[in-house]
Design a protein around this ligand. Structure first.
Ligand SMILES: [Zn+2]
Length: 474
């Protein structure tokens, strides 16, 4: 009898929502965050996970109704399985620095490295199995690591958060569970620099909510900022032999790419962030030098660029672009770049990102519903002409006194070329995307994920961002 009664009892705890069965939050969780810290070690095609520490921290910021991931984004899937009934009660897709490092020459030649990672889930009432799955070349997730966690054990740290951090509410539209909680942390700001951080955070947030679809969905966001004093002003610039001790550890030249800024100090960042509820993290670093990065469901990074002259002005572009990566899992649509990836998109594998495709099956095109019947797939455009202008752009000497003017002239010419194309403004499959000149396609000629300009997100990217906003806020 018992064997039959338990599953029936469990089914009663589930409700139907959006066509999928969703666990009831209050049955399985309390309104707190469980942070699982672990190390991710390995090399290409080798992943070893080892537990570091589990924490019970502040209130839960995520949705209490959308507990199971329906977005199907990211290279990894974190799952929480109720140990008593073996039912999946929470899941969330994400990407990691390790996953990106695995595609660099260092890893593909067999070196091993270790990265510190965290997954945030609602704090379960009873014992659970925490499972990490990795997406295979077949596009599906495969379980790689499972560990039992008893949330009531003495091994769960209940330490308070870093008290040197000061939280301020910049825009509050409702309870964290019904909003996307964006948390901006300043890095490379000393105590004396803090007014500059406040100014940059304010300016760039304003920029964000002037860009669609963020503009029309502003009320679905809460924005907070954290002031945490760094010992030194600015961040690491290894190529210029500049090293700074900062609160979050942001550094230029990540994965040996000059303008790629990330931080590998995950524990420090998470300890600071634990002071506020967050769904999306933003590290805003003190610099006039162009740089940034964005990893899906980890964080976005952007320079402050407060001077609004020279390259400092591009902060407005970078701030919104990087959130496209970190919030919605959008891929870069540009394809001539110096990023250090060798095997970022393996040949013949359809990327999981919503805005690029390998087009192995044109009938199954992800954004087919937006394409007019008469539009050819792949869609013709003057790629050779565009590529030659891009090659010229790359040859411009950064040290020449009229560098920015020369760049601007070429950029204008490239933009004019795009706008003169037959299929400008229409959905199609335009070759050249995801760092690859051949074999990868983007949905529109131009987008905030394609050209370094203040152009809007294309309709495919806008829809992808809105899906994520819906997921967190409904
Ligand atoms: Zn990008």
């Amino acid at each position: 009898m018992l064997k039959i009664r338990y599953p029936i009892l469990f089914l009663l705890l589930l409700t139907f929502r959006n066509g999928i069965t969703t666990p009831d939050f209050d049955q399985f969780f309390v309104d707190q965050t469980m942070r699982i810290d672990y190390y991710h070690t390995g090399t290409r095609n080798v992943d070893i996970f080892s537990l570091d520490q589990v924490y019970a921290q502040g209130r839960w910021a995520g949705s209490k109704t959308n507990l199971l991931d329906t977005l199907n984004l990211g290279k990894y899937l974190a799952k929480v399985v109720d140990a008593g009934t073996n039912a999946l009660i929470y899941s969330r897709g994400f990407c990691s620095l390790f996953g990106e490092w695995q595609t660099t020459p260092e890893a593909t030649t067999g070196n091993h490295q270790t990265f510190h990672e965290s997954v945030l889930v609602p704090l379960p009432r009873d014992a659970v199995n925490f499972v990490l799955a990795i997406r295979g070349n077949d596009g599906r997730f495969h379980d790689k690591w499972s560990i039992r966690i008893d949330p009531n054990s003495r091994f769960i740290s209940r330490e308070g958060a870093n008290t040197n951090a000061r939280v301020s509410e910049m825009m509050i539209n409702g309870e964290p569970e019904n909003k996307i909680d964006l948390l901006i942390i300043g890095d490379g700001y000393t105590k004396d620099d803090m007014s500059q951080f406040r100014k940059a955070a304010k300016t760039l947030t304003k920029t964000l909510f002037n860009v669609e679809p963020f503009k029309k969905r502003e009320k679905d966001f809460n924005v907070r900022r954290i002031e945490i004093a760094s010992q030194e002003s600015g961040i690491d610039e290894p190529r210029s032999k500049i090293w700074k001790n900062t609160a979050c550890g942001c550094s230029f030249n990540s994965f040996d790419s000059p303008r790629y800024v990330l931080s590998f100090h995950n524990k420090a960042i998470r300890d600071i962030a634990a002071n506020a509820p967050y769904d999306a993290l933003y590290l805003l670093f003190n610099s006039e030098r162009y740089g940034g990065g964005g990893i899906f469901n980890l964080y976005a990074v952007c320079y402050s660029g407060t001077k609004r002259q020279g390259e400092s002005w591009w902060a407005e572009y970078v701030f919104v672009h990087e959130l496209g990566h970190s919030l919605a899992g959008l891929a870069d649509e540009y394809y001539t770049s110096s990023v250090a990836y060798e095997e970022f998109y393996p040949a013949g594998v359809e990327p999981w990102e919503p805005n690029i495709t390998a087009l192995s099956d044109p009938q199954a095109l992800k954004w087919r519903h937006l394409v007019q019947p008469q539009t050819p797939i792949p869609t013709p455009w003057e790629k050779a002409r565009y590529d030659s202008l891009d090659a010229e752009l790359r040859k411009v000497n950064r040290l020449s006194p009229d560098y920015l003017e020369q760049i601007e002239t070429l950029r204008t010419e490239m933009e004019t070329l795009l706008r003169s194309q037959t299929y400008w403004g229409e959905a199609g499959a335009f070759e050249g995307a995801g760092y690859l000149s051949k074999g990868m396609y983007r949905p529109y000629l131009d987008c905030r994920m394609f050209s370094k300009s203040l152009v809007d997100f294309d309709p495919v990217c806008q829809a992808a961002i809105e899906r994520v906003i819906d997921f967190y806020s409904r």
